[in-house]
Design a protein around this ligand. Structure first.
Ligand code: UDP
Length: 195
């Protein structure tokens, strides 16, 4: 089965490697736009009380189960998800793909000094990856210049580290304004990469 629904959220029933493979072959290689949500129980609960957020999640191409709580819920429904797909690990796999295949990435989110450290670490760890640009996450959503920069630099991958629900709302608003890019909400992952 392709999807398992938990509280009306359609989780893709694939292993992390299968998801990475699909994202690469069906989206990145084709230059097709994509929207990935790594949904933990907090995100699932937020969608229950916030219809607008629920609608935003319905626009995603992949919703992966980030957190053992979602996998446990699927087992209780007797529709077990294959495995947990942690957002941080999925992001690292995508950066690794970028390194191997010379893809470009744009990063938006985190505090300025944290982002600078993360960018330095990413450059060192994934030298084959091209950095299309980056911007900290403390900006006004009405300010269009980040979107313009993404449209101009055409990154393959866009990491949005704005915390939920803002990052998914930002992705939904912005993905329709650009011609290409796979967008993923990565929560606090940039903070982790900064060390
Ligand atoms: N963040 C941001 N802009 C904001 C709020 C948060 O860039 O307006 C960043 C924050 O600096 C951190 C990331 O979002 O790097 C994720 O924050 P948090 O751990 O609270 O989110 P979660 O992982 O729970 O989604």
């Amino acid at each position: 089965k392709q999807y398992v629904h938990i509280l009306d959220i359609p989780f893709i029933n694939k292993t992390k490697n299968e998801v990475v493979n699909d994202v690469f072959h069906q989206y990145l290689k084709e230059g097709k736009k994509g929207f990935i949500v790594t949904a933990n129980p907090e995100i699932v609960m937020q969608a229950q009380k916030d219809r607008d957020y629920f609608y935003t999640l319905s626009k995603a191409d992949f919703i992966v189960p980030d957190g053992i709580g979602v996998v446990i819920a699927s087992k209780m429904k007797k529709k077990p998800l294959k495995e947990r797909v942690p957002g941080f690990e999925l992001m690292k796999e995508l950066l690794e793909l970028g390194h191997k295949h010379g893809l470009s990435v744009y990063i938006v989110g985190a505090k300025p000094e944290v982002l600078d450290k993360a960018v330095a670490n990413i450059r060192a760890e994934y030298p084959g990856l091209k950095l299309a640009g980056y911007h900290h996450g403390y900006f006004n959503d009405n300010d269009g210049h980040i979107t313009e920069e993404i449209q101009r630099t055409k990154p393959d991958l866009i990491l949005a580290a704005l915390g939920f629900p803002r990052q998914e709302q930002w992705i939904k608003q912005n993905i329709q304004k650009v011609d290409k890019g796979v967008f993923i909400g990565v929560g606090g992952s940039i903070d982790v990469l900064a060390g």
